[in-house]
Design a protein around this ligand. Structure first.
Ligand SMILES: Cc1cc2nc3c(=O)[nH]c(=O)nc-3n(C[C@H](O)[C@H](O)[C@H](O)COP(=O)(O)OP(=O)(O)OC[C@H]3O[C@@H](n4cnc5c(N)ncnc54)[C@H](O)[C@@H]3O)c2cc1C
Length: 384
């Protein structure tokens, strides 16, 4: 390792969200000297604010995601509150058609699902409407508690000798001879042999310091949480354009568009506020679960979703600087985190992912992206 700087690690990971922490844990459990640097506190980004869904059947990491979640508590040594399976209720024919995609994608990859009629939906979901159009029972996916999961990764990482520094923002990355050798932070300089940038929406400005363009747009999304209600048999129920889950305590925690596009620089200012978006979520939640429409909303929050132009992650070890791995997960990073962390471990140690083909999540697919891609997608910041 370059010991010119005051401190350092063989691998430095920028970002203490689920992606960076999972990567750090996978590396530490192999005895690699790893240091995770987090600007604030772990989980302060999207990782502590999401819906907890673990069902990404459109991702090349899907099979590994599904393999790892059921054993994750045991592997980490701490609870994530993972619960398997997912039900999706369709209130009309359009939703029914739309939600069929998950069944088809799952089936292509060997996962069974059931089509539910209105009676079956009512039997499985006591809070469902009297006359839903229908639904699906996916025998894959599931949900977990984002806060428990963030904490579990962080504890497990440290149990294996990995280090975590919170309140340490990376402000610059220094390179020498085609490699990233050192990061400057609000708490000094840290040298590294390998660098992982897993900083959510901040991955773009950090990569820009290396002359690498990462096309990302931040979208502000909100979630609401009700008072606890009697637990349903299956807590992973969504539909009506909403994602979410019933917590083990019984709260309904739900979110879902519309999203507001925000400039990355403005994220800090708008992070905490709740807006009219939460009434839209509450209204649709009442339609999904009319039997508990009386439940009070006890909390709400906003978070920022890091979106790539095609909605798929960017996960790649760069060719220049060749010791830098970039990982930004484009709105599906919570569920994929056990697998994305393992993929990062492979990229860092072996230069290639051993268990999945990552060719569709490489950065060069955006090589010919129009400069005004956000305008073309209609992703202009609110008020622009
Ligand atoms: C409301 C909402 C609902 C969602 N629902 C789901 C869902 O159900 N399922 C799912 O899979 N995904 C969901 N997502 C998306 C998911 O939360 C993210 O894809 C995932 O958390 C990304 O994790 P990450 O670790 O890559 O990024 P983040 O969680 O954003 O973590 C990045 C970290 O990097 C730190 N950082 C930034 N800059 C620096 C710097 N310069 N120096 C040091 N540290 C820095 C930040 O403080 C942050 O903690 C949702 C997101 C939101 C907002």
């Amino acid at each position: 390792m370059n010991r010119g700087a005051t401190a350092g690690a063989a691998v430095i990971v920028i970002g203490g969200g689920v992606t960076g922490l999972s990567a750090g844990w996978w590396l530490a459990r192999e005895g690699i000297d790893v240091l995770v640097l987090e600007a604030g506190v772990i989980g302060w980004g999207a990782s502590g604010r999401n819906g907890g869904g673990c069902s990404h059947h459109h991702s090349p990491l899907f099979l590994e995601e599904q393999r790892l979640w059921p054993q994750l508590d045991e592997l980490l040594g701490y609870p994530t509150e993972f619960q398997p399976n997912r039900i999706r209720i369709a209130l009309d024919a359009r939703q029914f058609q739309l939600y069929r995609r998950a069944l088809e994608n799952g089936a292509h990859q060997g996962f069974h699902s059931e089509v539910l009629d209105a009676k079956q939906v009512r039997e499985l979901v006591p809070y469902a409407p009297d006359a839903p159009y229908g639904g699906y029972f996916y025998h894959f996916g599931g949900h977990a508690n984002p806060h428990r999961t963030v904490q579990a990764y962080a504890w497990a990482l440290q149990d294996h000798g990995g280090r975590l520094l919170q309140h340490t923002a990376v402000t610059d990355i220094k390179t020498r001879a085609g490699k990233a050798t050192q990061v400057s932070t609000t708490r000094g300089e840290f040298a590294c042999d390998q660098l992982v940038i897993a900083a959510g929406a901040a991955t773009a400005p950090l990569a820009a310091r290396l002359g690498v363009s990462v096309p990302l747009a931040s979208a502000r999304a909100e979630m609401i949480v009700t008072e606890p209600l009697a637990p349903m048999r299956i807590g992973g129920v969504d539909g009506n354009g909403l994602y979410g889950r019933q917590t083990l305590r019984g709260n309904l925690a739900y979110g879902g568009g519309p999203h507001e596009w925000v400039e990355y620089e403005d994220c800090q200012q708008t992070r905490a506020h709740s807006t009219v978006l939460q009434s839209s979520i509450a209204r649709r939640l009442c339609q999904l679960f009319p039997k508990v429409a009386h439940a009070r909303v006890i909390r709400s929050w906003a978070g920022f979703i890091e979106n790539t132009p095609d909605g798929r992650p960017i996960l790649e070890r760069l060719s220049s600087p060749q010791n830098v791995t970039i990982a930004t997960l484009s709105s599906v990073g919570f569920g994929l985190s056990p697998a994305s962390g393992r993929a990062i471990r492979d990229l860092v140690i072996e230069g290639t992912c051993r268990f999945a083909d990552l060719s569709t999540v490489k950065l060069d697919r955006f090589a010919h992206l129009e400069a005004d891609w956000r305008v073309m997608q209609g992703w202009l910041p609110a008020g622009a």
